[in-house]
Design a protein around this ligand. Structure first.
Ligand code: C5P
Length: 254
């Protein structure tokens, strides 16, 4: 397992990942400035990265925050290994790969990260495996040629990914408890699909509150639109952090 950061994040705030799902560097800058001392990590996905590239890393690092690069790499091992090296060079805290890229691809990511020279004091990024996209229906999964029920397949892919060198898993709050039971201690669980009790679900169908996701065992939660589209994004982020603290307390503070 490649997880140099196997100590749990120290505070509830450090466990909140904000999805920077915007189109321009100006919009990103406005949100990062507003939220840098209220969230721990900013998630950069294909939409913003394709538009502005690594300028967004400079913006986030410049304000003392951390980057989660969510590009879900899935390619031949040499290509994904090289991308992992670049992520490390850019001081990214965590990045995503597809478990379906297979064990050789994931092992190459771990090898390349182990070989990368970092600036003093920096930790290598945590490769997080995405098992099955939640947008896949059971019919889609069967059409891809998998016979197993989705929960079993998620567990199998998660175990394979972590055995091959992933430091954690991106999963739904409804999957954390069972995955945690079969994956090694120190494995990171990053949970999107989070809504406060008063938020609208939008297109997320299997949502959970921050408190419930943490009580189930999440290490980090990912929140996008409920903060981005709130009248007061700072207050919305603070409510999420309060929920994280509440959930941590329910599971005994760990
Ligand atoms: O719905 P919301 O705006 O909070 O989504 C935040 C982020 O979570 C998005 O960037 C999306 O890509 C990610 N995500 C998700 N559902 C998954 C996996 C990732 O919404 N199952």
């Amino acid at each position: 397992m490649t997880n140099p950061d196997s100590t749990e994040p120290a505070s509830a705030r450090e466990r909140l990942i904000f999805a920077l799902d915007v189109d321009t560097l100006d919009e990103a800058e406005r949100l990062v400035k507003q939220l840098a001392d209220r969230v721990g990590v900013f998630k950069v996905g294909p939409r913003l990265f394709t538009r502005v590239g690594s300028l967004v890393f400079d913006l986030i690092h410049g304000l003392g925050s951390q980057v989660f690069l969510d590009l879900k790499f899935h390619d031949i091992p040499a290509s994904v290994g090289a991308a992992a090296k670049e992520a490390a060079r850019h001081r990214v805290k965590m990045f995503t790969i597809h478990a379906l890229g297979g064990s050789t691809m994931i092992r190459e990511v771990a090898n390349q990260l182990a070989k990368t020279t970092l600036v003093p004091g920096a930790s290598p990024p945590i490769p997080l495996a995405v098992t099955l996209l939640t947008s896949h229906s059971p019919e889609d999964v069967r059409a891809l040629g998998f016979e197993q029920p989705v929960p079993e397949l998620v567990e199998r892919l998660g175990q394979m990914a972590v055995r091959s060198g992933a430091g954690g898993i991106v999963c739904s709050g409804h999957e954390v408890r069972e995955l945690k039971a079969v994956l090694p201690p120190g494995c990171v669980f990053v949970v999107p699909g989070i809504r406060s009790p008063t938020d609208v679900a939008g297109d997320q169908s299997r949502i959970m509150t921050p408190a419930a996701a943490m009580a189930e065992g999440a290490t980090y939660i990912v929140v996008g639109r409920p903060i981005r589209d709130a009248e007061d994004p700072q207050a919305a982020a603070e409510r999420m952090v309060d929920g994280i603290a509440e959930g941590l307390e329910a599971r005994g503070g760990s």
